[in-house]
Design a binder for this molecule. Sequence first.
Ligand SMILES: Cc1ncc(C[n+]2csc(CCOP(=O)(O)OP(=O)(O)O)c2C)c(N)n1
Ligand SMILES: [Mg+2]
Length: 904
Amino acid sequence: MDQLDDILHRDIDPTETREWIESLSAVINHDGTERAHYLLEKMVDSTRRAGGYLPFDPTTEYVNTIAPANEAKMPGDAAMEWRIRTLIRWNAMAMVVRANRKPGELGGHIASFASSATLYDVGFNHFWRAPSAEHPGDLVLHQGHSSPGIYARSFMEGRISEEQLDLFRMEVAGHGRGLSSYPHPWLMPDYWQVPTVSMGLGPIQAIYQAQFWKYLEHRGLMPETDRKIWCFLGDGETDEPESLGAISLAGREGLDNLIFVVNCNLQRLDGPVRGNGKIIQELEGVFRGAGWNTIKVIWGSYWDPLLARDTTGMLRRLMMETVDGEYQACKAFGGKYTREHFFNKYPETAQLVVNLSDDDIWRLNRGGHDPHKVYAAYHQAVNTKGMPTVILAKTVKGYGMGAAGESQNPTHQQKKLDADAVKYFRDRFNIPIADDKLADVPYYHPGKDSPEVQYMLERRRALGGALPQRRRKADTQLKAPELSAFEQITKGTGEREISTTMALVRGMNLLLRDKQLGERVVPIVADEARTFGMEGMFRQIGIYAPFGQKYRPQDADQLLYYREDRRGQVLQEGISEAGGMGAWMAAATSYSISNVPMLPFFIYYSMFGFQRIGDMCWAAGDMRARGFLIGGTAGRTTLNGEGLQHEDGHSHLMAGAIPNVKSYDPTFSYEVAVILQDGTRRMMQEQQDIYYYLTVMNENYPHPDMPAGCEEGIIKGMYLLRDGGVSTNGKGKTKAKAPCVQLLGSGTILREVIAAADLLEKDFGVHADIWSCPSFSELRRDGFDTERWNRLHPEAEQRVPYVTGLLQDRAGPAIAATDYVREFADQIRAFMPDGKRYTVLGTDGFGRSDTRAHLRDFFEVDRYWIAHAALASLAKDGLVNAKDVARAIKEYKLDPDKPNPLTV
Ligand SMILES: Cc1ncc(C[n+]2csc(CCOP(=O)(O)OP(=O)(O)O)c2C)c(N)n1
Ligand SMILES: [Mg+2]
């Protein structure tokens, strides 16, 4: 590498070099840059053919991509915008400092927005359109911890009051008027659109939002416009795999509706991002390689004359050689230091600044702080066709904070400025607040009639209105089909065996045939459509391919061939669950972001959902996504051969932790139908901000007809599937003489429960009621809610939790078994009627590959283990003898010395 560097940077014949450059300039002047490019490519090719080794170099010089002569000129009043920006800077700082002078450790960030204020300002003043009658609006994803700057602008615009600024991070005390720490649509549903603060989730979402917009346009569901998605991210944030992991998709699909702005302040939380390298160069290489238009905004206008005078190329060389750690030090230590440690490295560069004072050197600004440079970059970005754009803007972390934080390693967490630091800030930005008022760090508002505010408002009016703003509901309300439309899956299958996955896919197909909803259904897969029997959709509705199908598919002669289409409806995201989830989130929030409600289904291996992309699932709840997540091949023993990494036994616990997720583990096809219908009604028709998680399985078995009147129980999470005739009239007394049990189950293990009931009856004369429990999680929510209400209303008539109500007149202990860990079914323990013993079986432990029968024996959830657990429970209640339990162990060949599956 060093040798190569040497060859590239050593000039053995500067005269010859100059001649070549001059020839090239002549070509550019005469025939334009494209001709020059063509000639260069030819020359590179000839050199290669002559045997020359020309390594791929994805980076360009460490200077601005747009030469000064090619910069679009910023319209408007730059001095006025500077003034507005200083006031926003001040108020953003003040809200954090004031919050942290109160008791309560509220936190907040100053340094991040300080570095990106200009990047936001230019966008707000000149580029970002709000939704209006004329335009559907752009989407801006803000860096989460820059939120104070966004609030400060809204304050200036009169959208947020001073009282609210003082309620920053005080959302409980604020009673709905508080300002959330970061962008959270859940907490500020009229304001924030996309949660971004979990690093990496902003960028990946932006990419899939952009893809989804093209999808909507190509499918004719949204008119083609010049709408853009602007995603702001930190340079440190690019280390997250989610930030860069999907950029090649954006390049491949030519997402020219997408603009990334990477705020390259060279620092993250602990220290420099690439102290020993240059993050901007690294990112340039990565993005260019992925097919992005890459615009570096490194140097501000004050550098232009210096660069123009750099005839020896030594300044450029110095710029390239200097690492980020050193650049950071220059901004931390000032002009004198910069002269000594930077410019004085070479006589040629020292000479360039000989006439500049140290203060002048200090004022040599970075590109991201120069609105003119930023404007030129944005202008080029919005006019770029056929590819996404990334703007790599070099900034200073803690810009304007002086000794309190500017370019200091710990600046990220600086939130308690002392009197000197506040005074410095005021002086630095000329804020008209008198010395004797400074102690309180008061907000500054110039008045709604002031030229500053009038200017801001005029700019926003011209761009369609205020931002950020979020739409709560789509204008179109889509009607869900009645349950009768799902007759194909509410009717039993007779002898025929199918899986719940097949039932689900049939249900989706029924929705696809719905006149109004059909085109709104978005099936999303991450290279597993065949796994779930969805390949029929390839042909039927096509796979979305932005450029159509340019080849004859291998299986073209088959009925269900692999059909790609510009108007295709299936989103095939390849092997990327994060991608599938990103696409799902885009579709699931389309009602809000584009006023186009869609009904997405993302179907994936359940193990690779909430566990692998759980933070996106959480963000989806925050952003009020609406749609179905389908955990396929679910169940630790039902997915059998795939083993430890595939067999899911805990996704329901994770789903249940997200407040607005409704999760279900159905057993029978009619249960799937009821959940699908109810979910569609609630999300599409009533526009409730909830989403669904369903596990479906790949075990085939016959499905019965839907029993009358079970719908409500399915939705609430539990209903009586088979009445064993053991209900009591009085409390705790059974009419039947024989011992009785209550058996509960969900998913495929419910079938083992049913078989266990038969064994108990046949072998031990024990009667059983059988309960199907499609949602232990919903039961738990109801139970705790009721319990809480009762506690708070001690004198009112006490309410009965749903589970309690169902079981209180039923005799015998309760036993539950599922294909998930014990905690899953254990969630309802607190709501067992008084005195009712509750035993839970589950699949705690690492999965492994084997047959279903072996696995269910191993995890102790098959019919024999369930029957045995029922007998053991009855014995504890004194309703059978220990001998009966021992007989079960013997007859069912259960090994008492078998190790606990949790431990092996
Ligand atoms: C997934 C995740 N990990 C860690 C954090 C904590 N965190 C918040 S901001 C930050 C540093 C951000 O640095 P950078 O992306 O460079 O942004 P800057 O503030 O410098 O603009 C960290 C580590 C987080 N928010 N999300
Ligand atoms: Mg940073």
